[in-house]
Design a protein around this ligand. Structure first.
Ligand SMILES: Cc1cc2nc3c(=O)[nH]c(=O)nc-3n(C[C@H](O)[C@H](O)[C@H](O)COP(=O)(O)O)c2cc1C
Length: 402
């Protein structure tokens, strides 16, 4: 049966109407050219996703500084050098009427050491792993330059014909690092009180808005909490969301966790929370009572009935899906038409508890599916988890099992 709830269009505060209520949340693709230029493979991928009927497709995180990257082969938008390529990409993604938004990010300290030997962050607090180098605190001038860079990237999104831009304010990256008192130990106007820690993200938003104008959709993805003692809490998140609401954002997407505590893909949640889907639902219900900005929730949604109920009850306006889009590129269209009632993804078990508990295969296994679509192939739900393990670690399965 057709879902009249999921297929409803929705008008954002800036006046832009989104065709339906299902969005593909940002998924870092890892298939740009080595210098960050949007590739032919990315055009193939987004053309494929564009045929899948989502209301919004968020790009994977696009970097604002070529010297600080989250992954290899990630898109970069630090000046207009790749504008023509972004324009082609936007046209491919939007050919069937879906809206394509650029997600804009800087990894801060959360960039692997083989990519970034001299990371920057709010302060000098290192990730608790030798896979990441010690960051140094950004200077005032560097902070101001970064704010400009986020704004410039949003302008590149607009000039390329994309229909919106989103700040990546979640998952432990630079904006998160400023927000969290665990990683922000600054004593100047960018640290200390929550108001000061939130200054970076608020200034980024204001800079973007000033550059793109009042009628271009701007949003943020933000953590409900970092799920770490002493880090960004639910109460703090609620306050920052209220500050963003007062600024006139068009869409706030709620997620959670960092790459130390990967709550965004369900590795921190109890089995009961996963069963009832939508990991951060309790939080978004409380947010809804306090603000008017449209809301999107991402993490764990798998059944059409749960998605419909959440929207019908007014708890949120958009359902965000991540991993399901890697396996079922038509998931939005099929949930709306009623052809699909569930979009579960495999739990990815190797049988080795340490690997399975860590969730370390979640991102690469899904990125391998993305790479298939970039090559014009369909996803492969039976893709061998050990093949992915061996490729990303360079280690042999037989050594582990011995
Ligand atoms: C392969 C992969 C790449 C991801 N890349 C990003 C990203 O670039 N930006 C982001 O905000 N979230 C990213 N995420 C998180 C997803 O957007 C989403 O929050 C998470 O997968 C939970 O949603 P799901 O349960 O529907 O998969 C990524 C997740 C995966 C699996």
């Amino acid at each position: 049966m057709v879902s009249n709830t999921l297929k409803q269009s929705f008008t954002l505060p800036c006046g832009v109407a989104i065709p339906n209520r299902i969005a593909k949340s940002a998924l870092s693709e890892g298939i740009a050219e080595a210098n960050g230029r949007p590739s032919e493979a990315l055009c193939n991928l987004y053309r494929r996703w564009g045929r899948g009927g989502a209301g919004i497709l968020f790009s994977g995180n696009v970097m604002v500084d070529k010297d600080h990257l989250v992954n290899p082969n990630v898109m970069i938008a630090e000046d207009e050098a790749f504008l023509e390529d972004y324009t082609k990409l936007a046209a491919a993604a939007q050919a069937e009427g879906t809206h394509f938004w650029m997600q804009i990010n800087h990894p801060g300290r959360q960039s692997p050491i083989y990519l970034d030997k001299a990371p920057v962050s709010a302060s000098d607090v290192q990730m608790p792993s030798r896979m990441y180098a010690q960051p140094r605190p950004l200077t005032e001038d560097e902070i101001l330059d970064l704010i400009e860079r986020y704004g410039n990237a949003a302008l590149i999104a607009k000039k390329s014909g994309m229909k919106g831009a989103q700040i990546h304010g979640a998952h432990g990256y630079l904006v998160s690092q400023f927000l969290s008192s665990l990683t922000n130990l600054r004593k100047d106007r960018w640290g200390g009180s929550l108001e000061n820690r939130a200054r970076f993200v608020l200034e980024i938003y204001r800079n973007m808005r000033q550059k793109v104008g009042a009628d271009f959709p701007l949003g943020i993805k933000i953590n409900s909490a970092d799920f770490q003692r002493g880090a960004f809490t639910e109460e703090e998140s609620m306050e920052v969301i209220q500050m963003l609401d007062a600024e006139g954002m068009d869409l706030i997407e709620v997620s959670g966790g960092t790459y130390e505590r990967a709550a965004m893909v369900g590795t921190m949640q109890k089995e009961s929370t996963k069963q009832r889907e939508a990991y951060f639902m309790d939080f978004i219900v409380k947010v809804r009572e306090k603000i008017n900005t449209p809301l999107m929730l991402t993490g764990g949604f798998r059944t059409a009935s749960t998605m419909e109920t959440a929207i019908k009850n007014g708890e949120l306006d958009f359902v965000g899906l991540g991993r399901p889009f890697c396996l079922y590129p038509n998931v939005a269209k099929d949930l709306i038409s009623g052809e699909m009632t569930e979009c579960s993804v495999p739990t990815l078990q190797t049988g080795v508890a340490k690997i399975d508990r860590s969730g370390m295969l979640q991102t690469p296994w899904h990125q391998f599916q993305i790479a298939r679509m970039g090559k014009g192939l369909e996803p492969d739900p039976d893709m061998d988890v050990w093949m992915v393990y061996e490729k990303i670690t360079g280690k042999k399965r037989s050594n582990l099992e011995a």
